[in-house]
Design a protein around this ligand. Structure first.
Ligand SMILES: Cc1ncc(COP(=O)(O)O)c(C=O)c1O
Length: 381
């Protein structure tokens, strides 16, 4: 077989915008701002679009790219990662039971507690990094298990294959938030997941300039059809411009994520040796309690990891304040490295240790990031 018949992910992503299909043969696709599309005299919509909430050219191109990246049938794009998760939960019915990883992203747990539990969803939080705990949380009415691996910001790992087997055995589907590892480093469908969730705000868009989210499905089915109906009727969709920015980000996703993953590991190795550091939470360090599982199911964890300081909260805040290259901001996946004291961002109900700093490694020279951290850690109070 010709090598080009089965292109690599890097090649597929670089060409994710597809072939030019406008009159000018533009390689960068045009942004189609139209909210409405004209019928033919016979009443048909031969252009294939009716109204932009239902579908529009930029969103359709993005959704195709999302499916290609994850290697499956269909993707659906949303206005944010939270809107994607919201749509997934809305596609269930009041009374349904879901098992959710206890350390999945803070705002998603808040969304469940404040919106979906009052709406009628029965939610059980479980430590999904422990398959026995996950198994015990399943009940006859469980429709969905929602995991995030690696998790943000504790970098815990859930065994995707094990979680999928348990979910399927009890008649539930497995949704996996793949935001941190991205399809470049982890392929949840190959481990049995049914739905993949992304905040495309992070690595897929990749530039700290565009909010978005995605749901991607391993196969068509009732849940997928309900997701599509929710997307169309409730309209939590990305604008044409946001879709265009995210698709542009996808074209450079593979080299960016590989570079961020390698730099993050170099920075984590440096921190692990520093006397001011209590612990580095990075799945690719042999000291991580789930190192073997992490390396079995993924080829890296991306640019995000956390570390804890011996001097507690005050020292964590002092170190963050002394950094010069790292920007003090939330989020991750962009070119600039970021530092965040997660406990302060999450507020009083946080479960994140207050001596923890989360680092989002960007595209700078990793030796310069290490120099910045070294100076901040060694400075006298
Ligand atoms: C793992 C994970 N999932 C989902 C989200 C929510 O995405 P968004 O901020 O795009 O709504 C985030 C945001 O940080 C996240 O880190």
């Amino acid at each position: 077989m010709d090598r080009l018949d089965r292109p690599s992910l890097a090649t597929l992503a670089a060409h994710a915008a597809g072939d030019p299909n406008d009159d000018a043969r533009s390689l960068a696709p045009p942004i189609d701002l139209s909210t409405t599309f004209e019928r033919d005299p016979n009443g048909e919509y031969s252009g294939g679009f009716v109204y932009s909430r239902d579908d529009n050219p930029n969103r359709r191109a993005l959704e195709r790219a999302l499916a290609t990246l994850e290697g499956c049938i269909e993707g659906a794009a949303f206005a944010s990662g939270s809107a994607a998760a919201m749509t997934l939960f809305q596609a269930l019915r009041p009374g349904d039971h879901v098992v959710v990883a206890r350390d999945s992203y803070y705002s998603i747990r808040q969304m469940l507690d404040e919106v979906f539990v009052p709406w009628g969803l029965a939610v059980t939080y479980a430590d999904c990094s422990d398959l026995d705990a996950l198994g015990s949380a399943l009940a006859p009415g469980t429709r969905l298990v929602f995991i995030e691996t690696p998790s943000n910001p504790m970098l815990r790992i859930t065994d995707i294959t094990g979680a999928a087997e348990l979910a399927h055995r009890s008649g539930a589907l497995l949704a996996c938030d793949n935001t941190l590892a991205t399809p470049v480093l982890q392929r949840p469908f190959e481990h049995g997941a049914d739905i993949v969730v992304h905040s495309t705000t992070k690595y897929l868009a990749g530039n700290h300039d565009s909010m978005g989210g995605a749901l991607v499905a391993a196969r068509d089915g009732e849940l997928w059809q309900r997701i599509r109906t929710q997307q169309r009727l409730c309209g939590a969709i990305p604008s044409p411009f946001a879709s265009w920015l995210t698709l542009r980000g996808i074209t450079s996703l593979v080299p960016r994520v590989r570079s961020q993953n390698a730099s993050a590991f170099a920075v984590a190795e440096f921190l692990a040796e520093h006397s001011a550091v209590l612990e580095v939470l990075h799945p690719n360090l042999p000291s991580h309690p789930q190192h073997a599982l992490a390396t079995k199911q993924s080829t890296g964890s991306g640019g995000l990891f956390s570390f804890r300081l011996r001097g507690g909260r005050d020292e964590a805040l002092r170190v963050a304040s002394r950094l010069r290259l790292f920007r003090r901001a939330t989020s991750f996946g962009g070119p600039e490295s970021l530092v965040e004291h997660r406990a302060s961002s999450e507020g009083p109900s946080t479960r994140t240790p207050d001596d923890l700093l989360r680092l989002a490694i960007g595209l700078e020279d990793p030796m310069e990031l290490i120099a910045d951290l070294e100076r901040a850690l060694n400075a006298r109070a």
